[in-house]
Design a protein around this ligand. Structure first.
Ligand code: 3PY
Length: 322
């Protein structure tokens, strides 16, 4: 019997995932580690494929699904977020779709902690000052930051990543842990986290960490009105999706010191142009979307995406279905 054909949209997918697929399938890889959308489409076999392993910043849309042909029986994205996948289309066509939720929780939570510390203790600004010969050793008020200890931390979206972050930040002896979302989460009580409305979280938090997906509801969730409500000493961290923040409003809030600082692992667009105002602001720390970028986590994501495909091809439930 012919082995099922799996189309892999990137040549840099970690080997453990590819090895798993190759045990049972024929794997067709796009021969580039950063292919354009058109290049991906061009490499889709004209005879069609049984599954798509999507590892790309581009949208998996109707054109990709159509190019895959009528045999398509599984789609897996090597990501937790899937705002770049037309999941509604896949559902309408009855094609099982999975993501790589949870295996990246620890890595993304570590990134969020790194951003909290970098912003609150002005580590980037201090480093820039050192490079420019502006380190003033005699001054007792040189480069003062804000305490994480004793602070009120608010998590927007207490899902897997939000919970992993909450566990870690508690070790910094914070004062209070708040969270907002659709409804209270059963896991919150073990974390000592208090469910509050979004408005209350925004008004009361010293540190806000966004760990929510990009949806119609969360698009521009943090906008000019919300920045007006935040404390002038507050910090906004985003490890979810850039589109959840109105970036122009953020630039204004940071420049006018409506808020103390921001730390973003995600932004719009990615990569952000180097002359974008956020890049030069001392009270804004930007990471190049490295939340899940560890050797172990990316391998685990590749393996989970492969398992999603292998299970669906056998007619079994995916381990991480959307
Ligand atoms: O997997 C995702 O969706 C990520 O953005 C990881 O950082």
């Amino acid at each position: 019997m012919a082995r099922p054909k799996v189309f892999v949209s990137n040549a840099e997918v970690p080997e453990p995932g590819l090895a798993l697929l190759r045990q049972e399938c024929e794997v067709v890889e796009v021969p580039s580690n950063n292919p354009s959308y058109d290049t991906i489409l061009q490499h889709m076999p004209s005879s069609g494929v049984d599954a798509i392993f999507w590892c790309s910043k581009y949208k998996l849309d109707a054109a990709v699904v159509d190019a895959a042909g009528p045999a398509l029986r599984a789609v897996a994205s090597m990501s937790a977020g899937y705002d770049h996948i037309d999941a509604h289309l896949l559902k309408r066509r009855g094609i099982p779709f999975g993501n790589t939720a949870n295996v990246l929780n620890d890595a993304v939570a570590e990134t969020a902690v790194a951003l909290v510390l970098t912003v609150s203790r002005r580590l980037q600004e201090g480093r820039r000052a050192l490079e420019r010969g502006l380190w003033e050793t005699g001054r007792p008020q040189f480069m003062l930051g804000l305490d994480v200890a004793g602070s009120t931390v608010g998590v927007v979206g207490l899902g897997g990543i939000g919970q992993a972050f909450a566990k870690r930040i508690k070790a910094f002896n914070i004062g209070k842990l708040l969270y907002s979302g659709h409804k209270p989460k059963p896991e919150a009580s073990a974390l000592g986290a208090e469910f509050v409305s979004f408005d209350e979280l925004v008004r009361k938090s010293d540190i806000i960490v966004m760990a929510c997906p990009l949806t119609a509801e969360t698009k521009n969730l943090f906008n000019a009105q919300v920045f007006d409500e935040m404390k002038s000493t507050s910090i906004l961290i985003n490890v979810g999706r850039g589109g959840c923040i109105d970036q122009e409003a953020l630039v204004d809030a940071l420049k006018t010191k409506k808020i103390w600082g921001a730390g973003l692992d995600v932004m719009v667009p990615e990569p952000i142009p180097v002359d974008h105002p956020l890049v030069s602001l001392d009270n804004c720390v930007l990471f190049p979307h490295v939340g899940s970028a560890t050797v172990g986590t990316r391998a685990a994501m590749a393996v989970l995406a492969a398992k999603n495909i292998l299970c669906a091809l056998k007619g079994q439930p995916m381990p991480s279905p959307v």
